[in-house]
Design a protein around this ligand. Structure first.
Ligand code: IPE
Ligand code: IPE
Ligand code: MG
Length: 249
């Protein structure tokens, strides 16, 4: 099923966000503050992921999308990049079976061709194993960039429908990396920065934003509830007036 775009029709708004997308930022600073190497922050960060996946499942959130490694993160020191890759492998080794037991579907999106063959195979196996699970879909964005996503979708769309003079949003939608999910309702960035850093550029068109100073390793269910609570105070107008919304209630 392809979900419609918020710029084309007004989506139904649920009390609990259906789709939460998170930039998990601040691992390095969490560690540095404790006089630990940055990698210690990444190790703690994986634990925080486990907690938030569980918290989302408990709250009835249907889609959780996590920015784990951006297309720009290759610019980091080689040592940090290779440690992040190793952590990814061990996290898959440890977590996939647990996710499957909890009826959680795993998806990994991004330009995976830059990862080594073993990691690519593990990703494919994890996705295959959990493909029919229905409780919660967890998407890991790895070597992902919002601009990459739009460009790869355009390439695929043009290849599938060559020679069209005016392509539409609806024609592009099925080729975007997250075509299987509704657009995010709530975007969270931890770690104090207030920017998108080339995360989901297309899909965040009408998403509610929540920024917090907490470093990712300290982000827990209570913090998630604070974000959801803030989300629930918002008036999601999708271009309409507040009065129009009131008259619909
Ligand atoms: C986020 O934490 C994790 C990744 C980008 C892989 P950072 O590593 O960016 O932590 P800070 O922002 O340097 O504290
Ligand atoms: C964004 O964090 C990417 C991830 C969390 C994976 P960064 O730490 O890379 O973002 P910038 O460089 O501060 O914008
Ligand atoms: Mg950062």
């Amino acid at each position: 099923m392809i979900f419609s775009s918020s710029t084309k029709s007004v989506p139904e708004v649920a009390k609990v966000p259906r789709h939460v997308a998170i930039i998990m930022d601040g691992n390095g600073r969490w560690a540095t503050k404790r006089f630990m190497p940055r990698v210690a922050g990444h190790v703690k960060g994986v634990e925080a992921v486990r907690g938030i996946v569980e918290a989302c499942a408990e709250r009835g959130i249907e889609y959780l999308t996590l920015f784990a490694f951006s297309s720009e993160n290759w610019r980091r020191p080689e040592e940090e990049v290779s440690l992040l890759m190793r952590l990814f492998v061990t996290a898959l080794e440890r977590e996939v079976a647990k996710m499957h037991a909890n009826n959680i579907r795993l998806k990994v999106v991004g330009d995976l061709t830059r990862f080594d063959a073993k990691l690519q195979e593990m990703i494919a196996a994890g996705e295959r194993k959990t493909a029919n699970n229905t409780k919660l879909t967890v998407t890991i964005c790895a070597n992902y960039g919002g601009r990459w996503d739009i460009m790869q979708a355009v390439d695929k769309m043009v290849a599938a429908h060559p020679g069209v003079a005016n392509y539409s949003e609806e024609q592009l939608a099925p080729y975007l990396a997250l075509s299987y999910a509704p657009e995010p309702d709530l975007f969270i960035r931890t770690g104090g920065e207030q920017r998108i850093s080339n995360f989901l550029l297309w899909q965040l068109a009408y998403t509610e934003f929540f920024f917090c100073d907490t470093f990712w390793p300290d982000f827990d269910g209570a913090q998630l509830d604070a974000a959801i609570n803030s989300y629930q105070q918002r008036e999601r107008r999708f271009g309409r007036t507040g009065a129009q919304l009131k008259s619909e209630e």
